[in-house]
Design a protein around this ligand. Sequence first.
Ligand SMILES: [Zn+2]
Length: 205
Amino acid sequence: MSRLITCLHCDLLQRLSGAEAEAGAAGVVHCSRCGAELLHAHTGSADLPLALALACIPTFLIAVGFPLVSMNVQGATVATTLPGAIVALFRHGMAFLAFVVFVTTLLAPAAQLLFLAGSLLLIRFRRGAPHIPLMFRFWAAFHEWGMLDVLMLGMLVALGKLAAIAAVVPGPALWAYAGLLVLMAAQRTTLSTHDFWRLSEGGRT
Ligand SMILES: [Zn+2]
């Protein structure tokens, strides 16, 4: 079986023979014109990406369910979770901003994690193969909208500014978000799109 692939550096569309695609499964395939890397298989198995994707889910639940920060203002301690912050934005008349924060930091990351873990589970246990491409496309759509890294950066900047006016204590959710970003980055390094399609077509699992 052969497949078409475009070089991201020189735009040459080239056809990989079955043997070259197999070589890509084990290592690296280079562009025939400019020599740039076309394929780099990170993994021969769905086990590690699946384990990392599953580990992201409880970490995400901790990040959402526990307080992000607690502040001591004039003797009173105030703590809030991310959903609590979104509700507060809505109540203060910033409905559009609340909606954007909800989509980019709750809905999209949750859907992204569920579709990724779901499609990798189907691959790993060889069940429901017709649904795998659809689930991965949903993952890709939500992946575009998940902005946890932006949220983390914003929270760190806000913490730095708040620390100047009140006693700020980072909550469990802040550490969970930091762990989640590391887990998601590790997950991405173990599974490229090419790896995913190869595994879904019945490559080694
Ligand atoms: Zn090239």
